[in-house]
Design a protein around this ligand. Structure first.
Ligand SMILES: NC(=O)c1ccc[n+]([C@@H]2O[C@H](COP(=O)([O-])OP(=O)(O)OC[C@H]3O[C@@H](n4cnc5c(N)ncnc54)[C@H](O)[C@@H]3O)[C@@H](O)[C@H]2O)c1
Length: 377
């Protein structure tokens, strides 16, 4: 297996430019594929307790066969590991084992491991080489691209972190086969976001082929992952540090989604991607309510989400006041107004300022809240 056999997407960031390689079933060759992207002989492989069982032996063996000295550091699976405390433990271990500026950190796992390992790479000795091997649909299409790293704090998610670009990203869509159905759909919500808010052609492709992505057809996944990476890479190349507003378009569905995620967290659990799916549909209805797009578009989007099996409504017990209060804390909020991404049309997201709270509450009441029952779906 050679790099030429993989699909390549470049993130054009001048001296920080790097490639994303996409393929299926190549992890047994990862050692030789990674070699051109780090001068390091010593690598710290950071993974989680579940991914360790599934893919570590293959990856470790390949890295060692290619001549790397591999040290494996495993964190408990799940969001609970994305903390400063965990980062400190990892940094202490790497310093104790012995590292220098030539050392590299490789992340193997989902967005949690990627964000945590990237954060460690950005601060260890003021920055060592970082390579990502993302293994969830969310990580392959979103979190591994663009250089945002971070940990969660008591005050909220991802509030401490850095922009730190990897040297390369290696995406093997074959690893998606071991994800459970709920994780696949949650990742798929982020895939859909790219079409809905940023690229109408991709949305229309998803209308036809989205079911193949959800059922993990290798070719469909490879194409979808490639498109998401291309769309995100183009945006990151223009607005690496989220200064111009362009990068914020990637947050379509997230302001409402984060509020649902946070408020629902008290009553049960909802995955980030599930909340983003609901947030995307409701943001589309807010857009229709403000005459930015038509109600037909919003109805069509809702029906398509339902066809894919994505959630479109939240638990009836969530309160508007709690949701709105949380939305006002969003990083995009200024002067206590609601500012978030709405749709002018399919594929055309736009950052709108001073969105009236009443317009959002109306959508929550009429479209957002499940009429009966306690569960999410
Ligand atoms: N950096 C960014 O730009 C960015 C963007 C979006 C999200 N994020 C972050 O990403 C995180 C969510 O990522 P996630 O959804 O990948 O969560 P995750 O890393 O917790 O992975 C979800 C679960 O899937 C398991 N898993 C991973 N790969 C698997 C595989 N191939 N087969 C079976 N199970 C597997 C993990 O062990 C975990 O239990 C959040 O912390 C979020 O803040 C970051």
């Amino acid at each position: 297996m050679t790099l030429e056999e993989l699909t390549r997407v470049d993130v054009n960031l001048h001296e920080k430019a790097y490639p994303i390689f996409i393929g299926a079933d190549f992890l047994a060759h990862i050692g030789s594929l990674i070699k051109p992207y780090t001068r390091s002989k010593k690598v710290f492989l950071i993974t989680d307790s579940l991914v360790e069982l599934l893919y570590l032996p293959l990856v470790q063996e390949s890295l060692e066969s290619a001549g790397f000295e591999v040290y494996v550091l495993t964190v408990e699976q799940g969001e609970g590991s994305k903390t400063l405390k965990e980062a400190e433990k990892l940094l202490d271990k790497m310093l104790k084992i012995g590292c220098d500026r030539q050392s590299a950190i490789i992340s193997l796992g989902g967005g949690v491991v990627g964000d945590l390992a990237g954060f460690c790479a950005s601060v260890l000795l003021r920055g060592v080489d970082f390579i990502q091997i993302p293994t969830t649909l969310l990580a392959q299409t979103d979190s591994s691209v663009g250089g945002k790293t971070g940990v969660n704090m008591a005050a909220g998610k991802n509030l401490v972190g850095s922009f730190y670009q990897p040297k390369a990203v290696f995406i093997d869509v074959h690893t998606l086969k071991t994800l459970d159905g709920q994780q696949i759909l949650a990742g798929f919500a982020e895939v859909v976001k790219y079409g809905l808010a940023l690229n109408a052609d991709f949305w229309h492709w998803l209308e036809k082929m989205g079911d193949y992505v959800v059922s993990l057809d290798n070719d469909a996944c490879r194409y979808a992952v490639e498109q998401c990476c291309r769309i995100k890479a183009a945006i990151v190349a223009e607005d690496e540090f989220e200064k111009t507003g362009l990068r914020s378009l990637l947050n379509f569905g997230h302001t409402i989604g984060h509020a649902i995620e946070a408020c629902a967290g008290m009553r049960g659990s909802i995955l980030h991607g599930e909340a983003v799916a609901i947030g995307s549909v409701l943001a589309t209805w807010v857009s229709a309510g403000m005459q930015l797009c038509s109600s037909e578009t919003a109805a069509k989007v809702t029906a398509q989400f339902e066809k894919w099996g994505l959630p479109t409504q939240f638990d009836s017990t969530l309160k508007n006041t709690d949701l709105i209060a949380f939305m006002k804390k969003d990083k995009k909020t200024t002067r206590n107004q609601l500012n978030f991404i709405l749709l002018e049309d399919i594929g055309s997201g736009v950052l709108v300022h001073d969105i009236p709270v009443e317009a959002v509450e109306k959508v929550f009441n009429e479209k957002g809240r499940k009429k009966h029952g306690f569960s999410f779906y």
